[in-house]
Ligand binder design. Structure first.
Ligand SMILES: [Zn+2]
Length: 167
């Protein structure tokens, strides 16, 4: 019995800590500046990850949080675009999805699409953050109406967004 209660306490504390720091991929100690991600070239500079010019090309190499999520195949967001409307408008929809990502990436370099998968009349978009799927879902609703819903699991730092239109 004693062992169980001792094991129980740290688990609760861990969960509280995780809720406070949010994204577990960004919660580690801040990297030493300057650092640069060898995979995508984003730089850790002046306290944040940002697109940088070549003056930082000799910076210490450190994989950025977005590229670590890609490496671990651990998305923070999942957007499901489904319904009979989707196959006929697939190119338009994918174009809208990509434009949303481009807009987001310039100011928030860690918010990216990891994959776009197609299955039947469903497109599934996974992302490295929880903001991009919400923005894309809202853009879809604005452009095509449909039904939009959000399911956020703060303890896992994971957002699922569903958008559906059938006619
Ligand atoms: Zn990177």
């Amino acid at each position: 019995m004693k062992t169980i209660s001792r094991m129980g306490r740290p688990q609760r504390r861990d969960r509280l800590v995780r809720e406070r720091v949010h994204d577990p991929y960004r919660a580690r100690e801040k990297p030493t500046e300057p650092a640069r991600c060898p995979a995508c070239k984003v730089a850790w500079h002046k306290g944040r990850w940002q697109w940088a010019d070549d003056s930082l090309q000799d910076a210490r190499a450190e994989l950025c949080p977005a590229c670590r999520r890609v490496r671990d195949a651990a998305p923070a967001g999942l957007l499901t675009i489904e319904g009979w409307f989707v196959p006929e408008h697939k190119e338009e929809i994918v174009g809208l999805v990509r434009r949303c990502e481009e807009n987001e990436r310039s100011t928030h370099p860690l918010n990216r699409i990891m994959s776009v998968r197609e299955e039947g009349n469903t497109l599934e978009v996974s992302t490295t953050d929880i903001h991009l799927p919400r923005r894309i879902g809202e853009a879809l609703a604005k452009a095509y109406d449909g039904r939009l819903s959000f399911h956020y699991a703060p303890e896992d730092y994971f957002l699922r967004v569903d958008w559906r239109r059938d006619v």
